[in-house]
Write a protein that binds this ligand. Structure first.
Ligand code: SF4
Length: 393
């Protein structure tokens, strides 16, 4: 698992706006999502392509690297196409830097230390370029979830600080830092250029005081759009209070909501909906994976639809039974199960297609105790399973 700073650059927006979030989040287990794994694979591919361009890997090493990446289940031609968008941009910037300084420095996947302003703070710069008077930090974001702008982006600015903090910055008398985010799957490339002086003022005035609070687990909790990736967003009371702010409308007069109030409610409704949906998915995951029980609620099998086991066999059986092809098909597909049952009638449907229809288990869901479905893993479910098995013998 990769090393991770408490005051990481990727969570900077959160700990700058809500300093105590850093310490409380660190008590939660790390979870590597499939998206993160895919993102880190895309970075490996980009690193290899740029190392090849810069001649930093010998032919045998390159062949081995390529073989290793191409053998990975995540390898895909479209991933390569997307990564090339980032790689081409970096190459363009390398060439521009070399036009300014023949000995421009290019760093790939380097640690950028900004611990002067945030205790223990460091991150990894995907590509950093130094040329006379300026420095470029280029960040690849492979996800396709949210578009992120480089403008006033704390993560990129912290990388910029890390870049300023390296000896190369002094050798090239850096005056300006340009930070770029490339999101190839969202067709988005954004940049911010800031003077080194302004970046240092931001670090001293904005980052340092918040970082010290965050490091000590102090400061005020504060909810906002930065809660989105917070590990405690499901159970955080500050976020709950923020989401439930609309509740105050139920306690004021006059009886009818005004147009202005409704306009305000519309603005806050999205937050309430997303908070409620987070709570639902969190509770389901806790019940399913960690056997947490919620008073008045139980885990049940969700609804599911019947499906054909083998479409070709269904068609053969029905044709053998005398049905014409045009009756049982809605070109070119076999009729859906409900339509087929209507055509054959319940009795004939059951007889002719015995063994060819299944009802897959539904996805678990939380339901109130009053729901008629048995709780999963309960005695009733075990008996029902046993009865099903007996009936199928
Ligand atoms: S959910 Fe939001 S308010 Fe709560 S700790 Fe996380 S960032 Fe702060």
């Amino acid at each position: 698992m990769s090393e991770h700073a408490l005051l990481s650059a990727s969570s900077a927006k959160r700990w700058i706006n809500c300093p105590p979030s850093a310490r409380i989040e660190s008590t939660m287990p790390e979870q590597q999502s499939l998206f993160a794994t895919e993102g880190s694979f895309a970075h490996d591919v980009a690193h290899m392509l740029l190392a090849e361009y810069l001649g930093r890997v010998d032919p045998i090493g390159l062949a081995e690297w390529q073989y290793q990446l191409r053998s990975d289940s995540l390898w895909a031609e479209d991933l390569l196409d997307y990564v090339r968008i980032y790689v081409d941009l970096v190459i363009e910037k390398i060439n521009a830097a070399r036009a300014v300084s023949r000995d421009a420095v290019i760093l790939l996947e380097q640690k950028l230390d900004y611990s002067l302003w945030a205790p223990g703070g460091f991150g990894t710069g995907d590509a950093v370029i130094y040329a006379d008077g300026y420095c470029e930090v280029i960040d690849l974001k492979y996800g396709k979830g949210v578009s992120v702008s480089a403008e006033e982006n704390p993560q990129l600015r912290l990388y910029g600080l890390g870049a300023l903090n390296r000896p190369d910055a002094h050798l090239y008398s850096i005056e300006n830092v340009t930070m770029t985010i490339v999101q190839p799957r969202l067709d988005s490339i954004t940049s911010e250029t800031i003077s080194a002086d302004d970046l240092l003022i931001w670090a001293q005035d904005e980052v340092r005081p918040k970082a010290l609070l965050a490091w000590e687990g102090k400061g005020e909790y504060c909810a906002g759009e930065w809660c989105r990736f917070c590990k405690i967003k499901h159970t955080c009371r500050t976020r709950a209070a923020d989401a439930l702010a609309l509740e105050a409308y139920g306690r004021t007069k006059p009886q009818l909501l005004t147009v202005t109030e409704i306009a305000d409610i519309l603005g806050k409704a999205e937050l309430l909906i997303s908070w409620a949906s987070d709570i639902k998915s969190w509770a389901l995951e806790q019940a399913e994976r960690h056997h947490v029980t919620y008073p008045g609620w139980k885990l049940v099998e969700g609804r599911s639809n019947r499906a054909y086991v083998d479409r070709a066999q269904v068609a053969t059986r029905l044709l053998d039974a005398g049905f014409k092809s045009e009756m049982i098909h809605k070109d070119p597909e076999l009729l859906g199960i409900t339509e087929m049952e209507r055509l054959l009638g319940k009795k004939q449907f059951a007889e002719l297609l015995e063994g060819l229809i299944i009802k897959p288990a539904g996805k678990p869901t939380l339901a109130p105790d009053s729901d008629r479905r048995p709780a999963i893993n309960s005695l009733e479910a075990a008996i029902a399973d046993f009865a099903d098995q007996e009936a199928n013998l």
